[in-house]
Design a protein around this ligand. Structure first.
Ligand SMILES: [Fe+2]
Ligand SMILES: [Fe+2]
Length: 261
């Protein structure tokens, strides 16, 4: 057993999380580069923590830090498109595809279809918390304001019924958050602002076409949205992430989430 394997020795006295860390460390030794975890990733594991560069290089001697793609993730092409993110970075796309397909079935405009198709890209590619805001920022440079604003506002609207548009508070939310959950004041205020927005209806249609009863077996093909995306999503010629738009860094971070700096 070499000195590196000794690092990852798993013993019966270890706690589960120590074992998980040891396995992770063992996997890290297999890589050519030192791949680091961001503070944010650690916080989602319940701890405010980061390992410093010097300590890490000591742990993985003779290696440099990863400054590009993470070798563990599916490779991305040099000039990635939105579809490449769908295929290689979004953890689950069924919900989005089903919502987009329902919007088509209900005869909505291409902007509404695109808004439904992209409404939760932040959830599936990045982060759950405040996903409407993150998702809207990611796409704002590339779509009509109607689409990004509608996605931003669905963050708040989905918690409030509007019977006139056929939207009631989702049963799934009762099940997920309990009967006592009340939207926080910032959500309530955002809801009031959204009601006065010229994009209120589009945003409400995201909620109406949001599939709350997820069908894990439904298969909707991404191909059927290629034309809608082509006409309504301004794909940058440099590739999504390399185009210097105000949100290019967000796409790059999703493409290369373990870049050291
Ligand atoms: Fe959502
Ligand atoms: Fe959704």
């Amino acid at each position: 057993m070499g000195p590196q394997a000794a690092h990852a020795k798993i013993t019966s006295e270890m706690t589960l999380s120590e074992k998980a860390d040891a396995i992770e460390e063992h996997m890290m030794h297999e890589l050519d580069k030192i791949v680091t975890k961001s503070v944010f990733a650690n916080m989602t594991d319940g701890r405010v923590d980061m390992e410093g560069g010097a300590a890490l290089q000591k742990k993985y001697p003779g290696k440099y830090f990863n400054m590009g793609p993470d070798p563990r993730l599916p490779p991305m092409p040099d000039k990635p498109t939105l579809l490449d993110y769908f295929k290689n970075r979004f953890a689950s796309t069924n919900h989005l595809l089903q919502s987009g397909a329902l919007a088509i079935k209900n005869g909505h405009s291409e902007k509404v279809v695109l808004a439904c198709l992209l409404h939760d890209i932040a959830v599936v590619g990045f982060i759950r918390c405040d996903h409407g805001y993150w998702g809207a920022q990611m796409i704002a440079p590339y779509v009509d304001e109607e689409v990004s604003e509608a996605i931003r506002m669905h963050q708040a609207l989905r918690f409030f019924p509007d019977e006139s548009m056929g939207y009631k508070y989702p049963d799934m939310y009762l099940k997920y958050f309990g009967p006592d959950y009340k939207p926080e004041p910032y959500i309530v205020e955002e809801y009031k602002r959204a009601r006065d927005s010229k994009y209120y209806e589009t945003s409400r249609l995201i909620c109406v076409n949001d599939i709350y009863a997820f069908d894990p077996n439904a298969k909707v093909n991404l191909d059927q949205f290629e034309d809608v995306i082509g006409r309504n999503f301004r794909q940058p010629k440099e590739g999504l992430g390399w185009d210097h738009s105000p949100s290019a860094h967000m796409w790059r971070t999703i493409m290369w989430p373990t870049r050291f700096l």
